[in-house]
Ligand binder design. Structure first.
Ligand SMILES: Cc1ncc(COP(=O)(O)O)c(C=O)c1O
Length: 418
């Protein structure tokens, strides 16, 4: 560990088998954790262990391995509840991902609570998964979709505009905790407090925060919080919707079938208790169990440490990039890393982001280029067709950033740029 970093990246990397591979004949430098994170051996092993030692359905059998599967799956929810400061597993609904969590709210809560002419408030910083479900709901119901504008630098919410929008008493305010393009960490606690003064329900999209910063849903005060396991060292196909007991109890299940019922007669049924009334059919059992192993890993390192590590890295990256000519950086800059997650989007004047990503690939570096599933932000606010993005996690270090900077020099050389 050097320069005050508290995480020993060399040790951490030993836990991630992917770092044994080469890409384009070079050791892999993975700078795309905002898209999906890499998985430690502990998570991979937990899946193999489930299938080879106690594969059985949950909530059904009373034999030993079925009870163990049920216990491990429920334990995983308990671990998640603790990680995000929820009261209990009753607040944790397992779904496929953040997208499904938000759609569940828009469909179940939205169908009952939104009427013609109601306002729904989101922002200009949203990923499509916290945007399209609200467009669909607004269309179904004849509701009005409003957007919190960004400030003049396109870095943060324009708080005056947020307050003006609140005057319309939106039924729901749904905003991202951390932007997957700008890296901005929004003050969701303050946003919730203000929204509550207007009687709004608040949903926080935690896809980019839960993996990287300590989260406490009770301290935020939101009604809903959505996240994806695959962005936080866990497997794909599993994510969670946190909801307060009050709001989840008031909602109807979206799907009917096995496991979500208490009793069924030929013409009626009653619902299972929380959170199971929202989980019809056989669950993603291996996913839930492996998510538990991912949370164990995060806890062993410590969320505070992960955040400090990424803040140092992002500062280093911004300092390095800001000193290069003809580079545009989007989102908060090096003097505002306290509100910047480990996401750095940039453009090199004169080179298309897709070409930049190709050249990075030839150096063994994985970055993403495109609209990042945030088209209104990238095309309408930033007025770009695409941007390049590097994103960091606990297995990245300054050496990775140095390699990215060298790749930028290669781009400039190839395109004869200054
Ligand atoms: C801010 C944000 N919200 C939501 C999502 C959607 O996550 P998922 O595809 O896992 O549903 C993403 C994915 O990149 C994201 O960055």
């Amino acid at each position: 560990m050097t320069n005050g970093y508290e995480i020993n990246v060399e040790d951490i990397k030993k836990d991630f088998p992917i770092f044994k591979i080469n890409m384009s004949g070079k050791p892999l430098v993975y700078l795309d954790s905002a898209a999906t994170s890499q998985k430690p051996q502990q998570v991979i092993d937990s899946i193999v262990k489930y299938y080879s030692e106690y594969n059985a359905n949950i909530h059904r059998g009373i034999y030993d391995i079925a009870e163990r599967a049920t216990e491990e799956y429920t334990n995983s929810k308990e671990k998640l509840a603790n990680l995000i400061g929820a009261n209990s597993v009753r607040n944790i609904v397992y779904v496929r991902n953040t997208t499904e969590a938000i759609n569940l709210v828009a469909l179940s809560w939205g169908n009952t609570n939104i009427e013609k002419g109601d306002h729904i408030l989101i922002s200009d910083m949203e990923h499509h998964s916290n945007l399209v479900p609200w467009q669909l709901l607004a269309k179904r119901k004849g509701a009005i979709l409003d957007y919190i504008k960004l400030d003049s630098n396109n870095e943060k919410f324009d708080m005056e505009n947020f307050k003006e929008n609140l005057e319309k008493n939106p039924k729901i305010v749904a905003v991202t905790h951390a932007s997957n393009v700008l890296g901005t960490i929004n003050d969701v606690k303050y946003i919730t407090k203000e929204a509550k003064k207007h009687g709004s329900v608040v949903l926080v999209d935690g896809a980019q925060s839960a993996p990287h910063i300590p989260v406490n849903v009770k301290s935020i005060g939101c009604d809903f919080f959505a996240l994806s396991a695959h962005k936080m060292l866990g497997p794909t196909g599993i994510g969670a919707l946190y909801g307060t007991e009050e709001i989840l109890s008031s909602m109807e299940p979206l799907f009917g079938g096995g496991d979500m019922i208490d009793a069924v007669t030929r013409y009626s049924h009653s619902w299972n208790s929380l959170p199971w009334k929202f989980e019809a059919g056989t669950s993603n059992i291996e996913g839930g169990i492996a998510f538990g192993a991912a949370i164990d890993y995060l806890n062993t390192v410590g969320m505070e440490k992960i955040r400090r590590h990424e803040e140092k890295l992002v500062k280093y990256a911004l300092e390095s990039l800001e000193s290069i000519k003809n580079i545009e950086i989007y989102g908060p800059k090096k003097d505002e890393t306290s509100i910047k997650s480990g996401v750095v989007s940039f453009g090199i004047n004169g080179a298309h982001p897709h070409d930049v990503a190709e050249i990075f690939n030839s150096e063994g570096i994985a970055i993403r280029a495109g609209h990042h599933c945030a088209m209104p932000l990238v095309t309408e606010v930033l007025r770009k067709g695409a941007v390049s993005r590097m994103s960091f996690y606990l297995y990245n270090n300054e050496e990775d950033i140095d390699k990215a900077v060298a790749a930028i020099s290669k781009v400039k050389k190839i395109f004869h740029l200054e």
